[in-house]
Design a protein around this ligand. Structure first.
Ligand code: PEP
Ligand code: MN
Length: 444
């Protein structure tokens, strides 16, 4: 394995979607500070996740990846992190029961702070300022001061990620993730909400399975704790490069800012700096593939990012849109499968289904999200390949950002509690509904 290219070499490749910093000395200071910071994750944990994703690729596990589109520094509160984690754990229990295979739980958290944008600028009421690029880069407030790209924010993001991950680790090992407790939350959802009643039958089946295990006295360690991993889009090169370290055990480079990192749809060009950096790290990694991806693009990415065809190393996260997946996905899956490439297929049913409501809010229809997941399952079932998982933007709070679902949120409701600083997320109820609906797809 050749050594990791330095930052200057990466910048020489003309990376897309990078901050434009004014003061090089401030950038150097932030990078130098980050390089001294302890790892957020261990290389050995990344390897464990890689082995789990290898099981996903073999059809022996299912991946649930979810969290905010963009985390915010102000959002690092106990309530916010706990609610997100709780809904992910609730979803995972339903999916595990239905799939009868392990569910790999991967948070889109503890580092998801940088956003690619379609435009560098944003205009409001005749005033034009730099676009918001995530709290890793600038502030959301629409003022010239806040929108300045500030490298010190990368250090703030590191600290916020450390606090988030610390709390998540405490929750998942400290009793909060207890299977009986999580199941009780699901029973409450089904009993107490109109949207939940539809799923009574499945919840009741899980209830009986739990009662059976209790009756025979089964109480394995797995009931009391879960494995949970972190992930984010590897976007800002200064951050990801500073957090790339040589593992003392294997002497190989890992990006220790998260267990799993992915390359976005807008930065996945083969000769791009992001592919160049991620090809050198040993973490499990993902690439988003949109509807313009040709089979040759996918094959070339796999060859570049995983030349040894290592199992669990590469995940393709498809995000076609509900209207395009049934036509576009088959050829991609077919050619990749025929070439013998080892990959986990995961469906992101969010990013191909965004539109602007007449009120101006960016939103998504719950029905489109479900339809894309159904299309993903249909395509994989028809080809005899494994629909390996879902990647969703969600929150554990009762926000009003996506329309539809059992609560029948309308476009007129969006203003009620729209809190996302970037893309619209499924709220708590919509996320649980998605889990029950995907469970039904898994059981066919
Ligand atoms: C995202 O995951 O928030 C994102 C920007 O996705 P994509 O790269 O697929 O557009
Ligand atoms: Mn998004």
């Amino acid at each position: 394995m050749s050594t990791v290219p330095d930052l200057a070499a990466l910048h020489a490749l003309g990376p897309a979607q990078q901050p434009t910093y004014g003061d090089p000395a401030a950038v150097d200071a932030a990078v130098a500070r980050l390089r001294t910071m302890p790892p957020l994750v261990f290389a050995g944990e990344c390897d464990e996740l890689k082995a789990k994703i290898a099981a996903v690729a073999r059809g022996e596990a299912f991946l649930l990846q979810g969290g905010d589109c963009a985390e915010t520094l102000a959002g690092v509160t106990a309530d916010n992190v706990r609610n997100k984690l709780r809904v992910l754990l609730q979803m995972a229990v339903v999916l595990t029961y239905a799939a009868s295979v392990p569910v790999v739980k991967l948070g889109r958290l503890a580092g998801q702070y940088a956003k690619p944008r379609s435009s560098d600028l944003e205009t409001r009421d005749g005033v034009t300022l730099p676009a918001y690029r995530g709290d890793a880069v600038n502030g959301y407030d629409f003022t010239p001061e806040s929108r300045v790209h500030d490298p010190q924010r990368l250090v703030d993001v590191y600290n916020a990620s450390a606090a988030t991950l610390n709390l998540v680790r405490a929750f998942v090992t400290g009793g909060y993730a207890d299977l009986r407790q999580v199941h009780t939350w699901n029973t409450d959802f089904v009993r107490d909400s109109v949207a939940g009643q539809r799923y009574e039958k499945l919840a009741h089946e899980i209830d009986r399975a739990m009662a059976f295990m209790e009756a025979i006295g089964a109480d394995p360690d797995e009931f009391h704790r879960v494995d949970f991993h972190s992930s984010h889009e590897a976007l800002v090169l200064e951050y990801e490069h500073s957090m790339t370290r040589i593992d003392s055990r294997t002497e190989l480079p890992y990006d220790v800012s998260a267990h799993f990192v992915w390359i976005g749809e807008r930065t996945r060009q083969l000769d791009n700096a992001h592919v160049e950096l991620l090809r050198h790290i040993r973490n499990p990694i993902g690439v988003k593939l949109g509807p313009t991806t040709t089979p040759d693009d996918a094959l070339a990415l796999a060859e570049r990012l995983n030349p040894d065809n290592e199992a669990g190393r590469l995940t393709f996260i498809t995000r076609f849109g509900a209207g395009k997946i049934r036509d576009g996905l088959p050829e991609l899956v077919e050619k990749v499968t025929a070439s013998g490439i080892n990959v986990a297929w995961v469906c992101d049913p969010m990013h191909g289904n965004t539109f602007e409501a007449s009120s101006g809010y960016k939103t998504r229809r719950f029905g489109d999200v479900i339809d894309e997941v159904q299309g993903f399952f249909d395509v994989h079932h028809a080809l005899g390949t494994w629909p390996g998982g879902v990647h969703v933007e969600l929150t554990g709070d009762d926000v009003t950002e996506c329309v539809g679902g059992g609560e029948e949120l309308l476009e007129a409701d969006l203003g009620g509690r729209y809190e996302s600083v970037c893309d619209p997320r499924l709220n708590r109820v919509q996320s649980l509904e998605l889990a029950f609906l995907v469970a039904e797809m898994l059981r066919r």
